[in-house]
Design a protein around this ligand. Structure first.
Ligand SMILES: NC(=O)c1ccc[n+]([C@@H]2O[C@H](COP(=O)([O-])OP(=O)(O)OC[C@H]3O[C@@H](n4cnc5c(N)ncnc54)[C@H](OP(=O)(O)O)[C@@H]3O)[C@@H](O)[C@H]2O)c1
Length: 184
């Protein structure tokens, strides 16, 4: 299950998951349901019209891009032994320790992510917060998949470098479909 399959992360994640042989469910706005299906999603849910946790259950894996209530509600959709990875929620204490953050921050993040920790224990679901690390090797492998026609990048808008502020504002709006590109 991939939240916001129509976003910059989701459009790639759906195609990577399909390439790896997964059955994929995703959420998006109504205007992008056809797009996410064309990327390979087997089940596409309009997040404004339907609550995903009333139609999905027994999943192996959720990629959360939204955090908040979306992340908390995702725990009921995953089977025991499954896993949720969030790039949209708050880092938890485990993440803070792994990144060597100071003990005060570790404590603060433990408190702030207590709901995720509790739900994770109760549901028997592994929870990981992920922060992207730039990796040339990974990008090269993704570029091969693009060149091979296996992954189709979805690009919403392209901005020149001197309009990077407008590009970031558009990206932060949460309404972009696919990637926002800076042309250098
Ligand atoms: N931790 C990290 O390393 C990392 C790395 C990259 C990105 N991120 C974060 O991950 C998040 C996702 O980024 P993104 O670039 O993929 O784009 P995004 O801005 O979250 O995605 C926009 C798309 O998602 C749809 N959408 C908005 N709210 C939704 C919801 N509640 N459920 C389902 N779909 C929803 C929008 O559709 P409508 O326009 O129809 O509403 C739009 O098509 C951002 O918060 C970003 O900051 C984190």
């Amino acid at each position: 299950m991939i939240h916001a399959g129509s976003g910059g992360v989701g459009t790639f994640a759906i195609q990577l998951a399909k390439h790896l042989g997964a059955w994929v469910a995703t959420t998006s706005g109504a205007r992008n349901l056809d797009l996410v299906r064309s990327l390979g999603a087997d089940q596409a849910i309009d997040y404004r019209a339907q609550e995903f946790d009333t139609v999905l259950s027994d999943l192996d894996f959720v990629l959360d891009t939204q955090g908040g209530e979306t992340l908390l509600r995702s725990f009921s959709t995953v089977k025991r032994g499954g896993c949720i990875v969030s790039i949209g929620g708050l880092p938890d204490a485990k993440f803070a320790r792994a990144w060597g953050l100071n003990p005060f921050l570790v404590l603060a993040l433990r408190f702030m992510s207590r709901k995720e920790t509790r739900l994770s224990r109760r549901a028997g679901v592994r929870y990981e917060y992920l922060f992207m690390r730039a990796s040339g090797d990974q990008l090269a492998r993704i570029a091969e998949l693009i060149d091979g026609g296996i992954i189709r990048p979805v690009i919403d808008k392209t901005y020149p470098l001197d309009q990077i502020g407008a590009a970031l504002a558009y990206s932060e709006s949460g309404r972009a479909t696919g990637k926002v590109v800076i042309s250098i």
